[in-house]
Design a protein. Structure first.
Length: 152
């Protein structure tokens, strides 16, 4: 969906900023907000560009740099940390060949940390795009990544 179509779905109230930014990022093939996106949102809502930029950089769910097709977030909350998120992180880095904040050369995977995914009951956990995986083991992580590589 084009930026113009996204903006036309929303009124000119600043209350719509977060929803607009989410929709713009979701519409981007590289899952990020470009400078043009931020400027268009600011113009549409009558907000200062610096304010929109500040909002986009404050929330960790937004990105100002291109990301992979599959965005993998590893939960680092205390319950996940105590139950093995360090092992999860190491296994993902090993399988993907990248570190946190990086994207694979084929643009398929981006690896990020999250302070909390809100699923403490299934710790340790990760989220791939909008799907949560819990009670992770190295074997389950390998299975999830293999499935994503196969397109499942």
């Amino acid at each position: 969906m084009s930026v113009e179509k996204i903006l036309n779905q929303y009124g000119r109230s600043g209350d719509n900023l977060l929803a607009i930014l989410h929709d713009m990022q979701d519409a981007s093939p590289e899952h990020y907000l470009s400078d043009g996106d931020l400027r268009a949102a600011a113009d549409h809502l009558g907000l200062a560009y610096s304010f929109v930029y500040g909002v986009a950089t404050f929330y960790t769910m937004y990105s100002l740099k291109p990301r992979g097709r599959f965005l993998i977030r590893v939960c680092q909350s205390p319950p996940c940390h105590l139950l093995g998120s360090t092992t999860v992180a190491r296994e993902l880095m090993r399988l993907l060949g990248i570190g946190f904040g990086e994207t694979t050369a084929d643009k398929r995977f981006t690896l990020e940390m999250s302070s909390c995914l809100g699923v403490c009951g299934v710790a340790p956990a990760m989220m791939v795009n909008y799907r949560v995986y819990g009670n992770l083991t190295p074997e389950l992580i390998a299975e999830v990544i293999a499935g994503l590589r196969r397109g499942k």
